[in-house]
Design a protein around this ligand. Structure first.
Ligand code: FCB
Length: 451
């Protein structure tokens, strides 16, 4: 028997994103983002929800930081709202917006919590969308200007930056499926967006190398894809979807290659890459952030989207409130896959967590045993990955707070802290207490393995 002890410098964190928690999207001179626009379109978000108030974190951030300190959380991954600091997306900065992030970062540092900033968590300034958004190659320059502004403001205190959160989701949900802002379904445009996001990431990294003193990386969502049967057709379908989701962004960045499946999949919409562009995208990053939630089992289906692969839900598997299959071994496998395919880069689990239908009792903490079990099993999987040689440096739970879960609005609760939205009261859930114990004991609270 040995306990699940994590390395001494392992970073224990919690994650959020700007539009999901801040509220006050237009306060103090901020400009609207595409999410502000999208959420206010009728019928886009469950229950007509939007981020106008969200967790009111814009005004309550000091309390939220105190909460993290009390739980012993050592690192906080947040994102910066681009249109709060640059209301027009480029040009004149909004000093009140910059002040907000400066005060946030100061308060984190004062409480011994490492700030980790993501520049883009899906909320493009609407002013830039009006100029063509990510489909416009100018977006690469817009992003660079924004990144330089923020590095200049905060790099003295921020040791870990991410350019983009989940570019695949921004591309697929925003431009292929249209479920996220800006809500388009245009394959040709999507192909341009995919490429521009990669080039913007690279430009953001290059800009960091010129002025930054710490580390910069990219955050991707990874989903292990399993074939529904052992048939050649299903295996090929699973492989296509793997290229589409998992390798589309990582292969260019970490290998300087485009997955060979993609040109065929994009067909007429495919945008060719010059050797120079590939070289630009393939430049060293200091870490990869991995967001892991679920696995997918897929079968061949000629009618099912660009990858011609359809999801088959295996029966009798445990699922969360978002109907995602709970599959902890997939986290270990994903971490090992990244390590093997890409030469064991430093990685962080930048998001992991689950939505369940939590109930607020009249008093006391929220009893969320399913989330405790989810976190426990995934932390054990992370520990197994480290034991097998993966260079895993930290774990950020998604999320600190219940928040605006994109098209699901406030109906899906991912927090380890419950937010009673009408009163904005925060109530610690059992999962937060459990996570605090894990942090305090460097993993020993997870128990022991059997060998
Ligand atoms: C991820 C997003 C995050 C949150 C979780 C549940 O894809 O990065 O903002 O919505 O899913």
């Amino acid at each position: 028997m040995s306990t699940y002890l994590f390395p001494p410098n392992f970073l224990w964190g919690a994650a959020t994103s700007a539009y999901q928690i801040e509220g006050s999207p237009l306060a103090d001179g901020a400009g609207p983002s595409i999410w502000h626009t999208f959420a206010h379109l009728p019928g886009k978000i469950a229950n007509g929800d939007h981020g106008d108030i969200a967790c009111d974190h814009y005004r309550r951030f000091l309390d939220d930081i105190a909460l993290m300190r009390d739980l012993g959380i050592r690192a906080y991954r947040f994102s910066i709202s681009w249109s709060r600091v640059l209301p027009q997306g480029t040009g004149k900065p909004n000093s009140a917006g910059l002040d907000f992030y400066n005060r946030l970062v100061d308060a984190l540092v004062a409480n011994n919590i490492d700030p980790s900033a993501t520049l883009y968590h899906w909320d493009l300034p609407q002013a830039l969308e009006d100029r063509g958004g990510w489909a416009n190659p100018e977006s690469i320059h817009w992003f660079t200007e924004y990144a330089q502004l923020m590095y200049g403001q905060l790099d003295d205190r921020i040791k870990m930056w991410a350019t983009f959160n989940e570019p695949w989701v921004a591309f697929n949900e925003g431009y292929v499926e249209g479920r996220h802002a800006p809500g388009r379904r245009d394959w040709k445009e999507a192909a341009m967006v995919s490429k521009n996001l990669l080039l913007a990431h690279a430009a953001g990294v290059a800009a960091y190398r010129a002025v930054g003193k710490h580390r910069v990386g990219l955050v991707v969502n990874l989903v292990p894809i399993y074939p529904a049967t052992e048939s050649a057709a299903d295996r090929a379908a699973a492989n296509r979807f793997d290229a589409y989701l998992n390798r589309q962004f990582l292969d260019p960045v970490l290998l300087g290659e485009i997955p060979s499946e993609l040109p065929e999949m994009f067909a007429d919409a495919w945008t060719t890459w010059s050797a120079d562009e590939l070289r630009t995208v393939h430049q060293p990053v200091d870490f990869i952030g991995i967001n892991y939630y679920l696995r997918l089992v897929m079968c061949d289906d000629a009618a099912a989207g660009p990858a011609r692969a359809r999801i088959v839900n295996p029966p009798n598997r445990p699922r969360t409130a978002t109907d995602w299959e709970i599959y902890p071994p997939g986290l270990r496998e994903t971490l090992q896959w990244v390590s093997e395919r890409y030469g064991n880069p430093p990685v962080y689990i930048t998001e992991n967590g689950a939505a369940f239908d939590d109930v607020l009792p009249p008093n006391g903490s929220v009893n969320d045993t399913p989330r405790v079990e989810y976190l426990k099993s995934h932390l054990i999987a992370a520990h197994e990955a480290i034991a097998s040689g993966v260079d895993l440096r930290g774990y950020f739970v998604w999320s600190l707070l219940d928040n605006f879960e994109w098209q699901s609005g406030y109906a899906k609760r991912f927090g380890i802290v419950y937010v009673d939205f009408p009163s904005q009261r925060r109530v610690v859930k059992d999962s937060a207490r459990f996570y605090a114990d894990v942090i305090r004991t460097a993993g020993a609270a997870l128990g022991s393995n059997r060998d």
